[in-house]
Design a protein around this ligand. Structure first.
Ligand code: ADP
Ligand code: ASP
Ligand code: MG
Length: 404
C-alpha cells in the first residue's frame, strides 16, 4: 500500500481560504489512489501569539504547561482541515498526539519523537479515512503533552513517514523548494533540485528556516527521501536525499545566515590550561550553547583575549554568569549584538581547494571585516557586522556562481 505523508506549514494553513486549498491538494493525492497521512502545523502566527501570552502570565511559565499551551495551535488547524475534508464528502478525522499516541523523550519544549503506535491510525486509513495529525506534539512517559522545538512539525512528518513506512514525505511550505539562499532575502536565489541530507542539515542548522534541523537528522538516520514543495504553486520542489543519489559538481550548494547572535570578548584572561574550560563550564550548566570561539595568540605569553558567540537571547544571562565566575580573572568584558553569521555550505568543498580564500577575498573586496571564523568539512562560517549581511550574502552568491 502506498502511503504518502503530507505536511503543511503555518502559512499553508494560514487562513480559511488556504485551508480550503490544502484540502484540494490532499484530495488530488486521494484521486491518485494514495493512502494519505496529513500532518499540520498551527496557522501562521498562532504559536507566536501563544508564546507571547505565556510570557505575559509569567516570565517563568511552567515548562510542561507551556507545551500544553503552545501545542494547541496545531489542534485548531487539524480540526479545520479535517472539517473541510468532511465537508467535501471524505472520511477524515483530526488526531492529537495523545490519541495515537506519539511518544516523545527529552525536555519540555525540545522533545524528540521516539515511537508512534501505528494501530489506530492504520485501522482508520484502512477503513478509507484520512487522518490529520497534529505536528509539533508528543506525549511523554508521564502522559503529559510535549513539543518538539520551533518548526517541529517537520520532525513529526518525518517520524510519521518512518513509523508508517511511507513511500514519500512531502513538506508543503510557502516557497517552492530549498533555494541557494533565502529567496525572501536575495531575489536571484535559485532553487536546488536535489540536496544531500548533510548539506540540508548544515543549512538548516545555520539558519535556513525552511526545514527544522532535527527533522533532517531524523530523515538522514532513517533514509527517508523528503520533497519540499509549495502549497501555493504546483511546481517541482527540492528532493532531500542520500549523497550518492546526487550527481552535481558545484563547489558550494547554499548560503545561510543567522541574525540572532551575540559576540562576547573577555579581554586579558590568563593564558594557561583550564581557563577556557572554567569560562564555559557555568554556561554549559545553564544550557547556554556556545557557537564560535576564537582565542588570540598571547603577545606576552601571560594574557590573551577570548571571544565567543552565543544566541543573543542568552546574552544577559551569559554576562551575569561570566561576571560572577570566581574561577577566572579578566580586564574587560565586551559584548556586541550587532553581528550576524554567514555560512557557505557544500560537499563540493571537500574536494575543491581554495574555497576559504575565495570566500575571504570576496568579502574583503567589499570591505567586509571578518570577526570570527568557524569551519567543518562542508561549511565555512564567518561572523560579520549585521549591517553588512545583505551585501555579504549577495557577493558570496555571485562568487560561487549560485545564480547561474
Ligand atoms: P512553514 O511554516 O511552512 O514551516 P517556514 O517559515 O518554517 O515555513 O519556512 C519557510 C521559509 O524559510 C521561507 O519563507 C523562507 O523565507 C525561509 N528560508 C530560509 N532559507 C531558505 C532557503 N535556503 N530556501 C528556501 N527557504 C528558505
Ligand atoms: N507551530 C510550531 C511553530 O511555529 C511548529 C511548526 O510550525 O512546525 O514552531
Ligand atoms: Mg517550518
Amino acid at each position: 500500500m502506498k502511503i504518502v505523508v503530507l505536511k503543511f506549514g503555518g502559512t499553508s494553513v494560514g487562513s480559511v481560504e488556504r485551508i480550503k486549498k490544502v484540502a484540494h491538494i490532499i484530495v488530488s493525492y486521494i484521486n491518485k489512489k494514495f493512502k494519505i497521512i496529513v500532518v499540520s502545523s498551527a496557522m501562521s502566527g498562532v504559536t507566536n501569539e501563544l508564546i507571547k501570552k505565556s510570557k505575559k502570565i509569567s516570565n517563568y511559565f511552567d515548562k510542561s504547561e507551556y507545551d500544553v499551551l503552545v501545542s494547541t495551535g496545531e489542534q485548531m488547524a487539524c480540526a479545520l482541515i479535517a472539517g473541510r475534508l468532511r465537508h467535501l464528502g471524505y472520511k477524515s478525522q483530526s488526531w492529537m498526539s495523545w490519541q495515537i499516541p506519539i511518544i516523545s523523550e527529552g525536555s519540555y519544549g525540545s522533545s524528540r519523537i521516539s515511537f508512534i503506535n501505528k494501530n489506530k491510525i492504520m485501522k482508520f486509513i484502512n477503513s478509507g479515512g484520512i487522518p490529520v495529525i497534529t505536528g509539533f506534539q508528543g506525549i511523554n512517559e508521564s502522559n503529559r503533552i510535549t513539543t518538539l522545538g520551533r518548526g517541529g512539525s517537520d520532525a513529526s512528518a518525518i517520524m510519521c513517514a518512518k513509523f508508517f513506512n511511507a513511500q514519500k514525505c512531502i513538506i508543503y511550505t510557502d516557497v517552492d523548494g530549498v533555494y541557494t539562499t533565502d529567496p525572501n532575502t536575495l531575489k536571484n536565489a535559485k532553487k536546488i533540485k536535489v540536496i544531500s541530507y548533510e548539506e540540508m542539515l548544515e543549512m538548516a542548522s545555520l539558519g535556513a528556516k525552511v526545514m527544522q534541523p532535527i527533522s533532517i537528522q531524523d530523515a538522514r538516520l532513517n533514509r527517508i527521501d523528503v520533497d519540499v514543495k509549495s502549497s501555493f504553486v504546483g511546481k517541482t520542489g527540492t528532493l532531500i536525499t542520500k549523497r550518492k543519489n546526487i550527481i552535481r559538481n558545484r563547489t558550494i550548494t547554499g548560503i545561510t545566515s543567522t541574525k540572532n547572535d551575540a559576540k562576547v570578548t573577555l579581554v586579558g584572561v590568563k593564558d594557561k590550561p583550564g581557563v577556557a574550560a572554567s569560562i564555559f563550564y557555568p554556561l554549559s550548566q545553564n544550557s547556554i550553547n556556545v557557537d564560535m570561539v576564537v582565542q588570540n595568540i598571547s603577545a606576552n605569553g601571560k594574557e590573551t583575549d577570548l571571544t565567543f558567540t552565543i544566541k543573543s537571547e542568552d546574552l544577559s544571562k551569559t554576562q551575569r554568569l561570566v561576571k560572577k565566575n570566581t574561577k577566572i580573572k579578566f580586564k574587560d568584558l565586551i559584548v556586541d549584538k550587532n553581528v550576524s553569521k554567514v555560512s557557505i555550505v557544500g560537499v563540493g568543498m571537500i574536494t575543491t581547494p581554495g574555497v576559504t580564500y575565495r570566500m575571504f577575498q570576496a568579502l574583503a573586496k567589499k570591505n567586509i571585516n571578518i570577526l570570527v571564523i568557524s569551519t567543518s568539512e562542508i561549511k565555512i562560517s564567518v561572523l560579520i557586522s549585521k549591517k553588512n549581511l545583505t551585501k555579504a550574502i549577495s557577493v558570496l552568491h555571485k562568487e560561487f556562481k549560485l545564480d547561474k
